[in-house]
Design a protein around this ligand. Sequence first.
Ligand code: NAI
Length: 295
Amino acid sequence: MTSPSIQTLGIVGTGAMGRGIAQIAAQAGLRVRLFDTNAAAIDAARSYLQDTFAKLTAKGKMTAEQASAATANVFAAATLEDLADCDVVVEAIVEKLEVKRELFVKLEAILRTDAILASNTSSLSITAIATACQHPERVAGYHFFNPVPLMKVVEVIDGLRTAPAVGDALMELSRRLGHTPVRCKDMPGFIVNHAGRGMNIEGLKTAGEGVASFADIDAIMREQAGFRMGPFELMDLTGLDVSHPVMESIYRQFFDEPRYRPSAITAVRYAGGMLGRKTGEGFYAYPDGQKAVAP
Ligand code: NAI
């Protein structure tokens, strides 16, 4: 499968990441098939996409014709089998190795043998996900960032058995989607969740030691260190249901390396369902759903 022949993209898991990937693919003219085990999540993703295209049209960033073409490119799949004609399927489901493995086994039985299976995992090994597959050479990591349409960089990850042509095709596809791809090897956390992990971990330690408030640490990291968001703003955006398991997963994969030790501060919030923006309450409160209010 080469990039120009990629015309139909399947997305499994239509939450925050799946819908963002669907948006850029539909805008780039690809047919997009959405599947989620929760049918309401597919409906929500389609409504979100329609609203987004309408807003972009109102702002003059899309023409009405482009908006209706992008909307017409998005199809809801009633079953996983409806993804049979997809050239690439990107999974953005729950961050659990066994669940992702099971999905890839099911997808292999449905898709053509030259179709690419890509995972948007933040932290799990691509090689490990692919071990369940008969054709691990067609499995690669495809790690977008949140919010996908604005974060215009994507990691393309080669597992130990990924065929180079599969990574090449995803590199080219990324450019068609208006993103800058960065290629990397399958090591825990890839690039950003390895090199960038220190900010969250050290931010949590700084707060835990009572040095400063979440808001003050964020302000310094944003305004002085030059990050777009501080660690607590970022964790609230990502959601602790994603961030905390990612921290645990990377720590374990590096054999309990102290540099990556997760924090009790996130563990207790994760357990308590204070996940961030998605629950209206995280390190900050989100009374109107969007705007952060410092505690
Ligand atoms: P989310 O919770 O917003 O959406 C996940 C969706 O997957 C839900 O709609 C759920 O119903 C569906 N789902 C769960 N199990 C399924 C299955 N077996 N088959 C089909 N659908 C299933 O999660 P989010 O935040 O979109 O994350 C998805 C993936 O993307 C995770 O692997 C996460 O680590 C990764 N990721 C998340 C980022 C973030 O900032 N939220 C950033 C980059 C990667």
